[in-house]
Design a binder for this molecule. Structure first.
Ligand SMILES: [Zn+2]
Length: 339
């Protein structure tokens, strides 16, 4: 089968590698769409991926073959990730109590979804409802991240929410925060096409921090109060400090994006407001199910994130990673490999 293999030194090459066969409790999925995640781009950019690794964890596919003990699935079933919680053994293998995503996250050689076929444990797959399209299902993972972030936050009906960064995760946080009852969702984003998408998915107010002062605009829009909840979805140098400074007294900052370089913060500006900072990472199976349900009932719309040019071939993966490593150079919000 063809796969986009990481070769080291920020290089992905399309290669022919063996097509997997399922063990007794495994399934093989024919991958149809595999979306490019910012965390994959970071791993590539900072050369934190083991050579030989095939990245890609945002996918949609159909079951191609099943192992002899598999009773839950049949060939042709429509699936994505996020199935059941992993058994204890698998959990410990992957993430211990001092798990460090930068040094341990992508250092095991795994063959994931930038490939024509993907081997999965049967518990790891999740059925895609009929009303959810193949393309929508390929974004179930980033949607589950936003669902997880909102469910872990203190968000209450009627809250004011600030979302910093309107890449795919920020755009899904807008929609999940709205679905959870936020009444005033303010979005700060530099990139024009991302701000347009933020409006299209339901942001109430947009701030361009390039031409406007974020703090001044936020005070204007919140009558000097600040945001009840801030979702930090940018991971740019100043944005964590901005997020903390934007929170109201006893407000909460949810660190969703993952900065890979040191960031500076100025605690004296906001510490006296007794702000809570929480981190989120990944999602639980329940978050994936809720995400798919939100698509099904029309509370999440993926179309403002994609257009015809979003779909690329496996051979263009290296080029797409290069483009996405500096989002200011592109109008594309979400790129998806069509396999
Ligand atoms: Zn992802």
């Amino acid at each position: 089968m063809r796969a986009g293999v990481y070769k080291g030194n920020s290089l992905i090459q399309t290669e022919e590698i063996p097509t997997p066969n399922p063990g007794p409790n495994q399934i093989v999925v024919r991958v149809k769409y595999s979306a490019i995640c910012g965390s994959d781009v970071h791993g590539w950019q900072y050369d934190a991926v083991a050579p030989g690794h095939v990245l890609g964890h945002e996918f949609y596919g159909e079951i191609h073959s099943i192992g002899s003990n598999v009773s839950k699935w049949k060939i042709g079933d429509r699936v994505t990730g996020g199935g059941e919680p992993p058994p204890e053994l698998d959990r410990n293998l992957v993430r211990g109590p001092r798990f460090n995503f930068r040094t341990q996250g992508m250092t095991r050689v795994e063959i994931k979804a930038y490939a024509e076929y993907m081997l999965m444990e049967e518990w790891a797959a999740l059925e895609v409802p009929n009303a959810v399209s193949d393309e929508e299902a390929s974004l179930a993972e980033p949607i589950s991240i936003a669902v997880h972030a909102v469910r872990k936050s203190n968000l209450k009906l009627g809250d004011t929410v600030l979302i910093i960064g309107a890449g795919p995760i920020g755009l899904f946080c807008i929609q999940t925060a709205k679905a959870a009852g936020a009444s005033n969702v303010i979005v700060s984003e530099l990139n024009d096409s991302r701000r347009t998408a933020a409006k299209a998915v339901g942001a109430d107010h947009l701030i361009n921090p390039d031409s406007e002062n974020l703090d001044d605009r936020l005070m204007e829009l919140t009558e000097g109060k600040g945001a009840d909840i801030v979702f930090e979805c940018a991971a740019a140098k100043p944005t964590i400090d901005q997020a903390l400074d934007s929170a109201t007294r006893n407000g909460q900052v949810v660190l969703v994006a993952i900065p890979w370089t040191p960031v500076s913060i100025m605690p004296v500006n906001w510490q006296a407001r007794e702000i809570e900072l929480i981190t989120v990472f990944g999602a639980k199976p329940i978050d994936w199910r809720i995400g798919l349900e939100l698509i099904r009932i029309g509370k999440i719309n993926v179309s403002p994130l994609i257009n015809e040019a979003s779909f690329i071939q496996l051979d263009n993966l290296q080029e797409a990673f290069k483009t996405l490593s500096d989002p200011s150079t592109t109008d594309q919000i979400q790129m998806i490999v069509k396999l």
